[in-house]
Design a protein around this ligand. Structure first.
Ligand code: ADP
Ligand code: MG
Length: 165
């Protein structure tokens, strides 16, 4: 089992899908599973029930995935719960896709539908990302077995991941 962690825009979904394809594994995205289970968007869940409720759903979903040949792309905040860090480290290989806030902001800004990505603070995108990363970067690093430079071309990232396994 491989878990892909990192901030919004780091490429978790994109890379996870392609890595799964190249290994012949199944692909799951925790954000997508939550959406399917709750029957509403993440924005709606957060709006109606708050972040704590969303985080709770996320932990439940994470624990419910029990399969060896699967690549799991996670939500950016999954590492905030100690329990989730442990579940991932104990059950598989954790990969952190690392990129600077400027790059992440550029990628997110290029996506017209900011639909499932509610603002966390109400600040400008790059400011918000930098602030969130200041808190989360050490946690991503501590949780990961491998840290991958997410600014490389996609096929190089996939080749690197295939070399790990
Ligand atoms: P996440 O799931 O971590 O939020 P996504 O996989 O949705 O990230 O990727 C965010 C955006 O960045 C998408 O438009 C995707 O095509 C682009 N992207 C992802 N990885 C790379 C990369 N290595 N180089 C250039 N663009 C990338
Ligand atoms: Mg994603």
């Amino acid at each position: 089992m491989f878990y892909i962690i990192g901030p919004r825009g780091s490429g978790k979904t994109t890379i996870g899908k392609l890595f799964a394809e190249s290994k012949g594994y199944q692909f799951v995205d925790t954000d997508k599973l939550i959406l399917e289970k709750a029957g509403k968007s993440i924005a709606e869940i957060v709006e109606q029930h708050g972040w704590d409720y969303f985080r709770q759903l996320e932990s439940e979903i994470l624990k419910s995935i029990a399969q060896d040949d699967v690549i799991i792309s996670t939500g950016g905040g999954i590492i905030l719960a100690d329990e989730n860090q442990k579940v991932m480290r104990d059950n598989g290989t954790v990969i952190y896709l690392n990129a600077k806030p400027e790059i992440l902001a550029k990628r997110l800004a290029a996506e017209p539908q900011a639909d499932q990505r509610p603002s966390l603070t109400g600040k400008s995108l790059v400011e918000e990302i930098a602030e969130v990363m200041q808190q989360r970067e050490p946690i991503y690093r501590a949780t990961a077995h491998y840290i991958i430079d997410a600014t490389q071309p996609i096929d190089e990232i996939i080749a690197q991941l295939n070399d790990l396994s």
